[in-house]
Design a protein around this ligand. Structure first.
Ligand code: HAS
Ligand code: CU1
Length: 540
């Protein structure tokens, strides 16, 4: 049984996460309608960029961070079977992050931080935005500390034993986030805040982009790891089978932690401030980081096949029909894997230097990340919520059929929204524009795809509202949920004990430190040795 503190923490972290998500979905729908150019009266670059900045920040930072913190408290206490370490600290982290979110929301909603979610200088936001974003991150460090301490305490008492998989992944994610957020933290504290407060007139955008690239790649795996925890730890059991291999799962989480950090320059391929050799090094690393996802695809499919065959499925594909498609966790996993095919393929295209030159800064890129983040990753957040919301509220899920409808509509909506985006990118449509009508033949070719995107956006908004309704009605349900245990999938073979380094937090950190020094040492140091170029805020 999960302890009361973790349940309450998860509940309130998720309330913030999902409230942010709902607001962001309304903004997203407005954006697809506005940019299509089909509704003259709506067109406003000012409102559009304020909206898209708020949408991006809410989805990428608020939904994810609060969701991950809430989920971590549940996985840590239930998989280690011990009470939460320092619940007071956990609540402090929650409030610091919440205050940060509110502070950042003020300039966002008043057009004082229309700098998009990557807030690249020299576009400047009000200092309040950077301070708010920094506090959101600082609050999440409290969570990281709690996860690391709980893992270390458990390890001390259980030397020689393999850490339960859900906690192994959670603590890997906490370490990943500490390393990841260090890049943007340096950018915000040493460059952006002093510059926005007027203490410095100029800053070096090349250094800022390099520090942001440090964060920008691994952050996507910080978002992804909870989704993979669901794939490995919940899906095989919910499907009626076993995890194909716990060793493979641990390898995948460790691979995501180690390889996702030193590779951020694939976001800077088309930038001038880093040399070709460094881009090549980061490019090779980017291909390596796809391996844990390929391993995950294989292991989860194999686990599903075990379940389908145990359920009586025969033949090469007969087991697929025998899966419990009416179980929300299983359905979400299947839909997530389907979206991962094109979403991941898009990532490999992006990672390939020559192809990146063709798609960089086009609509292809939002197509890629909507499919793989808002599609694959967020649909598994829904699955986790359907699985655990009844256990934290103590109320029965109000309707399984509604949950399935919500998952299917999210899948259909995201496919309708993001497939045209890929095509538009190839047709040369830039990303981050507030209107697509330039009255030329080129933009006429874009029009039909814009219509599909509006349809996709509408379906997604409906699906998001349904998600909110299901959670709200479940919370208010009079039927009590009695099964409050969180059960994890069993591996089909008892796990072999892994080499000591694969279970040692210290060894992981040393390897990351080495890789980060190699891949970011000189690229950052050069700004302090070479002649560099400073910029005033854009518009001066
Ligand atoms: Fe990415 C840009 C490369 C994964 C998110 N990415 C972004 C941005 C975001 C993002 C937000 O190299 C935009 C940043 C910005 O605003 O500028 N990405 C990759 C690569 C991967 C990848 C190589 N990205 C993600 C994930 C994200 C995410 C995960 C969020 C959660 N990405 C890039 C690059 C850029 C980029 C460049 C810069 C682009 C630019 O120019 O600006 C890999 O991790 C992907 C590996 C995945 C695969 C797929 C394997 C498929 C499987 C499915 C099997 C299922 C089956 C079906 C067979 C190789 C495992 C089963 C069916 C049944 C019925 C059961
Ligand atoms: Cu990346």
């Amino acid at each position: 049984m999960i302890d009361t503190q973790s349940r309450n923490l998860a509940l309130w972290n998720w309330v913030v996460a999902f409230a942010a998500f709902l607001v962001a979905c309304f903004l997203g729908f407005y954006q697809v309608v506005e940019r299509s150019g089909l509704f003259d009266f709506l067109e406003s670059a000012k409102v559009y960029f304020a909206s898209v900045s708020t949408h991006g920040v809410l989805m990428a930072y608020v939904l994810t961070t609060f969701f991950i913190m809430g989920f971590g408290y549940l996985t840590a206490t239930s998989s280690l079977k011990r009470p939460l370490w320092q619940p007071g600290l956990a609540w402090s982290g929650f409030f610091v992050s919440l205050i940060g979110t509110v502070l950042a929301a003020i300039p966002l909603l008043t057009d004082k931080a229309s700098v998009l979610y990557t807030f690249y200088p020299p576009i400047q936001a009000s200092a309040l935005f950077y301070i708010g974003a920094a506090l959101l991150v600082v609050g999440s460090w409290f969570w990281c500390a709690i996860m690391v301490v709980m893992a270390v305490q458990w390890r001390r008492e259980n030397s020689g034993k393999g850490m339960p998989l859900a906690m192994y992944a959670t603590v890997a994610n906490a370490l990943l986030w500490l390393w990841t957020s260090a890049g943007v933290a340096m950018e915000v504290v040493f460059q952006l805040i002093p510059w926005a407060l007027g203490w410095n007139d100029t800053l070096d955008p090349g250094l800022a982009r390099t520090l942001f690239a440090w964060t920008l790649h691994p952050i996507v795996y910080f978002w992804l790891i909870p989704a993979y925890i669901a794939l490995y730890c919940f899906v095989p059991k919910e499907a009626g089978g076993y995890l194909f291999s716990e060793e493979m799962a641990k390898f995948a989480f460790l691979g995501l932690l180690v390889f996702s950090l030193p590779i951020g320059f694939h976001h800077l391929y088309m930038d001038p401030e880093q040399g070709a050799g460094w881009k090549l090094l980061h490019g090779i690393g980017t291909f390596l980081v796809a391996v844990p996802t390929l391993v995950t695809g294989f292991t989860v499919l194999a686990s599903l096949e075990i379940a389908g065959r145990l359920g009586g499925g025969r033949g090469l594909f007969g087991w697929i029909g025998n899966l419990p498609w009416r179980n929300p966790v299983v359905l979400a996993a299947i839909l997530a894997l389907l979206m991962l095919i094109l979403g991941g393929f898009g990532g490999i295209v992006n990672a390939s230097y020559a192809l990146n030159a063709m798609v960089h800064n086009t609509a292809w890129v939002p197509g890629h990340f909507h499919l793989i983040f808002a599609g694959t990753t967020v649909i598994l957040y829904f699955a986790i919520a359907y699985h655990l919301w009844p256990k934290i509220t103590g109320k029965k899920l109000v309707s399984n059929t509604l949950a399935l409808t919500q998952l299917w509509t999210w899948f259909v909506g995201m496919t309708l929204l993001s497939t045209p985006w890929h095509v538009l990118g190839l047709l040369g449509q830039p990303r981050r524009i507030s209107s697509v009508t330039y009255n030329s033949l080129l933009t006429l070719a874009w029009q039909p795809y814009e219509l599909f995107m509006i349809m996709g956006g509408a379906v997604l908004l409906g699906s998001a509202v349904l998600f909110g309704v299901i959670l709200w009605k479940t919370w208010r349900n009079t039927e009590i949920e009695t099964d409050l245990e969180i059960a994890y999938a069993e591996p089909i073979h008892p796990p072999e004990s892994l080499p000591a380094w694969a279970e040692s937090l210290k060894a992981w950190n040393l390897v990351i430190l080495g890789l980060m020094l190699i891949s970011f040492g000189w690229p950052i140091a050069q700004f302090f040795f070479l002649k560099t170029f400073e910029s005033l805020p854009w518009g001066y």
